[in-house]
Unconditional design. Structure first.
Length: 240
């Protein structure tokens, strides 16, 4: 019996060893990532010592906001707020719009959906500079989607879903078919309509494109996961 079990034990040990090595590599890569991230952030902060104008500081705060985004929510929010304060001091409508959008995205990342809607209510689509419209519609689509997913009331959920559809349509009208964001909007709509296979086909084709950046591949992978999960749920329901 011992000799019969031994090969299986050895295989399991080898498999566990491979998993541990992979885990060690992941931890090492994360440590390296954080070290590089902190070094870059330190370099950007150093620029503040030499900034001689509000315009320069506004740009530096923007770089810090972006570097901290998805990495340190509190710090990202801090620099988004500092950027908004500076934009108001400079009296630039374009910069104020941009800063409010920055702050809204940070609030979404923090799960502060009510605060996001409050900040976004200070902006009107008809008064926005054209380059900010896609982001404006994207943020509204994202926050109402999050509210729909976390809503216990069916009637309120339906209201949020209608708003998601409305802002998705508005976002789509702002984009051109050659923009990868257009692909995200189209496949998001297909997934919402349970056209999972069609969404998968488009996403997989783009994912295989060698010109796609690592950042975009991560977004594509996330969308692919949603589509695959949708197929799984649909098949389970069909089988019952």
């Amino acid at each position: 019996m011992f000799f019969l079990l031994l090969p299986g034990c050895l295989c399991a040990a080898a498999s566990n060893g491979a998993l541990l090595r992979k885990l060690d590599a992941t931890i090492a890569n994360k440590s390296l990532y954080e070290e590089n991230k902190q070094h870059l952030i330190g370099q950007i902060k150093e620029l503040l010592r030499y900034s001689s104008s509000p315009r320069q500081r506004y740009g530096i705060y923007g770089n810090l906001y972006r570097e901290y985004a998805k990495y340190d929510i509190d710090s990202s929010m801090h620099y988004a707020q500092m950027r908004l304060t500076l934009a108001r001091q400079m009296g630039s409508p374009r910069d104020i719009e941009e800063s409010l959008l920055d702050l809204s995205e940070t609030y979404i990342d923090a799960g502060m959906y009510t605060e996001t809607v409050e900040v976004m209510s200070r902006l009107q689509a008809s008064a926005l500079h054209g380059e900010h419209l896609p982001r404006y519609y994207h943020i509204y689509r994202t926050v109402f989607n999050a509210l729909a997913n976390n809503c216990a009331s069916n009637s309120k959920k339906s209201e949020y879903v209608e708003l998601v559809d409305r802002y998705r349509d508005s976002l789509k009208m702002c984009l051109t078919p050659d923009d990868i964001a257009y692909l995200y909007v189209v496949t998001d709509q297909l997934i919402a309509e349970r056209e999972y296979e069609a969404a998968l086909s488009m996403l997989l084709k783009k994912y295989a494109d060698p010109e796609v950046s690592v950042h975009e591949k991560a977004i594509l992978a996330y969308s692919l996961g949603i589509a695959y999960r949708g197929i799984g749920v649909w098949k389970m329901r069909s089988a019952t």
